[in-house]
Design a protein around this ligand. Structure first.
Ligand code: NAD
Ligand code: MG
Length: 391
C-alpha cells in the first residue's frame, strides 16, 4: 500500500491527486493532507479520505481543525506549522509526497521530501525556480525520484525514460496554450481584469498559475523548471504556442526523431503517471480522439506583448539568485494584480524593475536564496505602494 501525502490538498492539483488516489483503494491511500487556511475544505476532505494526519498552515485555524476532526469521530491527528509538516513529510507517515502548495511557501516541505528520499510528485514549480540546484542535488543524494507534475515536464519525463535516451537529447520544446489573451497586442492588455485573466481557455487551475498563464510567466517559470529537471541549457529549450493544449511537449533527439506526449488537458493524467510510474493506472481521463479535435495549431509566442517569457529566459541565463528574484517579484505582483492594486501590465513591469534593482549574485546556499527572495519581495512591495500612491 502506497501512502501518499498530499500537500495543497484543497487546491486544484490536490483535488485532482485525491481523485486519482481514490480510484485505487487496493494500491494507494492518502495518509497526510495539508492545506493553507481553508479549514472547512480540509475537514471535508478528511471525512472522505480518512487520512492519518491533517495539517493546517494557519495556526489560527488549528483549534477548528482539531475540534472538527473530533466531532466527526475521525482518527485523524491535527497539526499546524511548518515543522510539523516537514516532520510528517520526511518521516514514516508517507512514501510519496504530492508537492502542490502554491508559491515559494512550498519550498520547505518539497525540500524535506527530497532530502528524505521520498517519491516526489513535484507540482510546486516555484520551489524549482527558487532553489532548483539545491533541490535536485538533495533528491539525487537521497535517492528520491522526482516525477514532474507540470503537464509539459511530465510529457518530457515520459519521452525521456532513461539515461540512454537522455544522452541523445538535442532540444526540448515546451508547448503553451497562449492563455486567455493570446493574439492581443500590448495595448489591448492594459485594461484586462483579474476575472478575465483567471478564466483560462483550456485548463482549470488555481488563481496564481492562471494569471501566470495569462502573462506567459508560467511558461518562463517552466523553462527554468525544465533546465533543472532535465539538465538542459536555456539555449536548447524552445517554447511553442499550441492553443488546443493536446500536445503537452516535445523532445527532439540527435537522430532526427521527435517524441511528444499527447492527451486531454486534465492534470489527473500527470498525477497518475507520478503515482504509478513505471506502471500505468487509470486516471479518470478519457482517451484522446484526434478526429474529434480536427486541427492542431502551432505558432510562435508573442514576446513583445508578453515580456515575462523573455524576463524568465534572462533570469535563467544570469543564473545565481536571478531566478529567485524573478519568482518572488512575480508572486508579489500577481497577488497585487489579483487584489486590484496594479494593472496587468504592472506584472512584467514590477518583475523587470526588481531584477534591475537587485543584481544577481552566486547562490550557493539556501540562506542566500531565501535572502534574495525576501529582498525581492520587499523591493516589489515598495514599488507597488509607490504605484498605488501615484494612481
Ligand atoms: P491552488 O491555489 O488551487 O491550491 C494551492 C494549495 O496550496 C491550496 O490547497 C492551499 O491551501 C495550499 N497552500 C497555500 N499556501 C500554503 C501554505 N503556506 N502552507 C500550506 N499550504 C498552502 O493552486 P494549484 O493550481 O493547485 O497549484 C499548486 C501548484 O501546482 C502551483 O505551484 C502551480 O504552479 C502548480 N501547478 C498547477 C497546475 C494546475 O493545473 N493547477 C499545473 C501545473 C503546475
Ligand atoms: Mg504547465
Amino acid at each position: 500500500m502506497q501512502r501518499v501525502a498530499v500537500l495543497g490538498a484543497t487546491g486544484s492539483i490536490g483535488c485532482s491527486a485525491l481523485d486519482v488516489i481514490a480510484r485505487h483503494p487496493q494500491r494507494m491511500r492518502a495518509s497526510v493532507l495539508a492545506a493553507g487556511s481553508q479549514v472547512d475544505a480540509l475537514l471535508a476532505l478528511c471525512r472522505t479520505h480518512r487520512p492519518d494526519h491533517a495539517v493546517i498552515a494557519d495556526g489560527a485555524k488549528f483549534a477548528a481543525l482539531r475540534d472538527g476532526l473530533r466531532e466527526a469521530g475521525l482518527p485523524t491527528q491535527a497539526h499546524t506549522g511548518e515543522d510539523a509538516l516537514d516532520a510528517l513529510v520526511a518521516g514514516d507517515a508517507c512514501d510519496t509526497v504530492v508537492a502542490a502548495i502554491v508559491g515559494a511557501a512550498g519550498l520547505r516541505s518539497t525540500l524535506a521530501a527530497a532530502q528524505a528520499g521520498k517519491r516526489l510528485l513535484l507540482a510546486n514549480k516555484e520551489s524549482l525556480v527558487l532553489a532548483g540546484e539545491l533541490l535536485t542535488r538533495a533528491a539525487h543524494a537521497a535517492g528520491a525520484t522526482i516525477v514532474p507534475i507540470d503537464s509539459e515536464h511530465n510529457a518530457i519525463f515520459q519521452c525521456l525514460p532513461d539515461a540512454a535516451a537522455h544522452a541523445g537529447l538535442a532540444r526540448i520544446c515546451l508547448t503553451a496554450s497562449g492563455g486567455p489573451f493570446r493574439g492581443r497586442t500590448r495595448a489591448q492588455l492594459a485594461d484586462v481584469t483579474p476575472a478575465q485573466a483567471v478564466a483560462h481557455p483550456k485548463w482549470s487551475m488555481g488563481p496564481k498559475i492562471s494569471v501566470d498563464s495569462a502573462t506567459l510567466m508560467n511558461k518562463g517559470l517552466e523553462v527554468i523548471e525544465a533546465h533543472h529537471l532535465f539538465g538542459v541549457d536555456a539555449s536548447r529549450i524552445d517554447v511553442l504556442v499550441h492553443p488546443q493544449s493536446l500536445v503537452h511537449s516535445l523532445v527532439h533527439f540527435v537522430d532526427g526523431s521527435t517524441l511528444a506526449q499527447l492527451g486531454l488537458p486534465d492534470m489527473r493524467t500527470a498525477l497518475a503517471v507520478g503515482l504509478a510510474w513505471p506502471e500505468r493506472v487509470a486516471s479518470g481521463v478519457g482517451t484522446l480522439d484526434l478526429l474529434q479535435h480536427g486541427t492542431l495549431e502551432f505558432e510562435a509566442p508573442d514576446r513583445a506583448a508578453f515580456p515575462c517569457l523573455g524576463l524568465a529566459y534572462s533570469a535563467l541565463e544570469a543564473g545565481g539568485t536571478a531566478p529567485a528574484i524573478l519568482n518572488a517579484a512575480n508572486e508579489v505582483a500577481v497577488s497585487a494584480f489579483l487584489q486590484g492594486r496594479v494593472g496587468f501590465l504592472g506584472i512584467p513591469a514590477l518583475v523587470e524593475d526588481t531584477l534591475a534593482a537587485l543584481p544577481a549574485t552566486p547562490a550557493g546556499t539556501l540562506d542566500i536564496l531565501r535572502e534574495a527572495d525576501r529582498a525581492a519581495r520587499e523591493h516589489a512591495g515598495r514599488a507597488i505602494v509607490r504605484i498605488h500612491d501615484r494612481d
